[in-house]
Design a protein around this ligand. Structure first.
Ligand SMILES: Cc1cc2nc3c(=O)[nH]c(=O)nc-3n(C[C@H](O)[C@H](O)[C@H](O)COP(=O)(O)O)c2cc1C
Ligand code: SF4
Length: 694
């Protein structure tokens, strides 16, 4: 289809110093959890972005020296010439598709604990580092500053040798040049401290040495955090942001501006809307003639056009939208913008980054699997063989929808049966909760794709029993029937049931998702420790209920720390007046009073309420699978060759794991899978025993 003329402006080439980007789609630096440990995976991931039409594709943070290292996280490095070989292949793969390749040179300073390299952690003024860790940081003297500038210049030269087009000076996310700018970290009294001009001196010198090192062959970019969102205690966009850009306005070839730290910059949809960074960065274009990149979970081409037309940004920066849909620009270019797999802002990608493993994405199940499993986000292998009979997929939640869609794209005939009128399963229900409306995109993208596939039929209000399936003419059955929340108090803290499930006023999330809003004071017991209890507590507080939030966790919604949301979740509940009790596991509920014990010494706590909402473990809805297998074993399903359970009915998990399982089942359909084999290509260093010395 031809491109919609409304979006033409997004496809204009833009000059960045000595190089020209083919369009305005700019994949800002983002980690992959692969770094130099998994170079083939890294290259494939970046190449697919370039193939998908991003005009600029950047690396993740790329360390310039072993004194900038934050193991166990995986990063890129340009420490010596051996790194050049790997990164030059990456740049070459990006160039193959007409995109520019950028590299984000990085020194973390106070945020580099150097646990692996054992180098001294450097900082503007000494003192404890960013991570709670028993080794402090050293205040940089002039020799240290000279060394830093040398490392930056040497890494920039290597970047140029590797073939990069854009080389960064990275003063964002609280890293070293920004630590000099922020009043939080810089207490120096020399020419690098005090006035903003002095505090920006290090960044100025880094830009200068970078330019000297690479001449005018590559562009020099600056990534600058405009605001720390801490008010006067940190840098603000009106003070440091504005002044640093004004002081250095024409020095770099490009400004890439955002807010700090990652929990602000990569804010989840629960706490921010598309374009949320505009108030902090809108001024930048007025202060410089150089092109400006900004971010803000941009997935709508109309919002992107508006950013350009209103003079806010020259480039549409994207990390998460490019993870959820690496082919986003190409879809707009081909007039297929309604096929964009929009990021839902759940921050599962951030969680995997925070856990130090390869990225995973709720919307894009191929993320992190591009090389090791050979999965492409937009291309699936055609059907492996002819199947006369259709495949029955039972359940149109995240797993079932993904599986049916992918099987359909492969060319198989699929019957998708959903018990309810509304497909989507848990995402349909959960997207009605506060802050989670964008989660419906998991359903909407897949439904829209399925509607285009004549070989996939969706049957609503079709609750199937084993006998119903036996009467159907299907050759294979995929079960995606979901899971239910348990009422018995089992969770991370209690392995065995502790609650009498017949007790009155005992609720689970399912009740609230079905529209029940109990009256009075509600005791919310959270031993799921992800988002559900916090969101439901919010729902109850919004409805004017009083809430006591009790958890065995040491903080509210513990795992949301992984999605960079924990501080905001707890702050919001505190502000809304929830009474919070931490480190308590449940022992009983009599309909009016809940009994808890401290996880440390067992000391008791009683909390009374009109209802107890238990958010604990879930149980797979696996009865249909059991019945079908029993029927199959007795010859009652002669037409069905295979039965496979996926998603929550196999093992309850997060939405991204259900989507992954649905995708995997569809990819593996018709293939011979060896259950004893690793199943994917591993990137590993192998050592010849004879060569290992003492
Ligand atoms: C998984 C992940 C890893 C990131 N790693 C980096 C990084 O290495 N360097 C960097 O400057 N920003 C990093 N970021 C921040 C992004 O570049 C971006 O500024 C932020 O996510 C907001 O943009 P978005 O709304 O398009 O995601 C990362 C973001 C994500 C989601
Ligand atoms: S994991 Fe969630 S936030 Fe991250 S890119 Fe995917 S959909 Fe967006």
């Amino acid at each position: 289809m031809p491109r919609n003329a409304r979006y033409d402006v997004l496809f204009e080439p833009v000059r960045i110093g000595p190089v020209t980007a083919p369009n305005r789609f700019y994949q800002v630096p983002h980690c992959t959890g692969m770094g130099m440990d998994q170079p083939a995976s890294l290259m494939r991931l970046r190449e697919i972005k370039a193939e998908g039409g991003w005009g600029v594709v950047n690396t993740e943070y790329c360390s310039i020296h072993p004194s900038s290292e934050d193991a166990p996280y995986r990063l890129a490095t340009l420490w010596d010439d051996r790194d050049v070989a790997t990164l030059s292949q990456l740049a070459e793969r990006v160039h193959r598709h007409g995109a520019l390749a950028g590299v984000e040179l990085w020194h973390g300073g106070i945020k580099s604990p150097n646990r692996a390299s054992r180098e001294t952690t450097l900082s503007p003024s000494g003192g404890p580092g960013h991570y709670v860790y028993p080794i402090q940081t050293r205040a940089m003297d002039k020799d240290d500053i000279r060394a830093l500038l040398r490392w930056q210049a040497a890494a920039a030269k290597r970047a140029m040798q590797a073939g990069f087009d854009i080389v960064y000076c990275y003063a964002g996310h609280g890293y070293l040049p920004f630590q000099f700018i922020s009043p939080r970290w810089n207490r120096r009294t020399d020419e690098y401290g005090g006035s903003i001009e002095n505090r920006a001196r290090l960044l100025r010198e880094m830009i200068e040495v970078t330019r000297d090192a690479i001449g005018h062959r590559c562009a020099v970019a600056v990534r600058l955090a405009m605001d720390e969102l801490m008010g006067e205690a940190g840098a603000t966009h009106e003070r440091e942001g504005r002044e640093v850009v004004s002081l250095l306005a024409e020095l770099p070839d490009l400004w890439d501006v955002n807010i700090s730290y990652v929990e602000n910059d990569s804010m989840s949809a629960r706490f921010s809307a598309e374009g949320y960074q505009e108030p902090y960065v809108a001024m930048v274009k007025k202060l410089t003639s150089k092109p400006v990149v900004g971010v803000g979970r941009f997935t709508s081409p109309d919002v992107m056009v508006s950013q350009v037309r209103r003079g806010v940004l020259d480039f549409i920066g994207a990390a998460r939208p490019s993870i959820a849909d690496p082919w986003l620009p190409r879809k707009i270019a081909e007039g297929r913008e309604d096929e964009i797999r929009e990021c839902i802002g759940c921050n599962i990608c951030r969680a995997h980054n925070n856990m130090g493993v390869a990225l995973r994405c709720t919307q894009n199940p191929t993320m992190g699997e591009e090389y090791r499993r050979g999965w492409h986000p937009e291309q699936v292998p055609p059907a492996a063989g002819k199947t006369d009979k259709p495949i029955l997929v039972v359940g149109a939640g995240p797993a079932g929808l993904e599986c049916a869609m992918t099987l359909g794209k492969r060319g198989y005939r699929v019957m998708l049966a959903e018990a309810k009128r509304e497909p989507g399963g848990r995402v349909s229900l959960e997207s009605r909760l506060p802050g989670l409306s964008s989660w419906a995109r998991v359903r909407d993208y897949r439904l829209a794709q399925i509607e285009r596939l004549p070989n996939v039929e969706l049957f609503r209000e079709s609750s199937l029993s084993a006998n119903d399936v036996a009467a159907m003419d299907c050759g294979h059955v995929v079960l995606a029937t979901g899971a239910t929340w348990l009422k018995n108090g089992v969770g991370f803290a209690n392995g065995n049931p502790v609650l009498d499930q017949t007790a009155p006023n005992l609720l689970t999330p399912e009740d609230l998702l079905a529209g029940v809003v109990p009256k009075g004071r509600i005791v919310v017991y959270d031993d799921d420790q992800y988002y559900m209890a916090g969101v439901l507590a919010e729902l109850l507080l919004q409805a004017g209920r009083r809430v006591s939030f009790v958890t065995p966790g040491l903080e509210v919604s513990t795992w949301t720390a992984m999605t960079d949301e924990q501080m905001r979740v707890q702050t919001r509940l505190m502000a809304a007046g929830a009474a919070i009790h931490l480190a308590r596991r449940i022992e009983g509920w009599d309909g009016a009073t809940a009994r808890f014990a401290s996880i440390y010494d067992g000391s008791p706590l009683e909390v009374s309420g009109d209802a107890l909402l238990v958010v604990g473990a879930r149980q797979a809805r696996s009865s249909l699978e059991r019945e079908l297998r029993a029927l199959q074993a007795t010859g009652g399903l002669p037409q069905v060759e295979t039965i496979r359970a996926i998603g929550d009915c196999r093992v309850p998990g997060a939405i991204y794991s259900a989507v992954y399982e649905g995708h995997r089942a569809a990819r593996e359909f018709g293939e011979t899978v060896d259950p004893d084999a690793v199943g994917y290509t591993r990137e590993m260093v192998t050592v010849d025993q004879r060569e290992t010395g003492p």
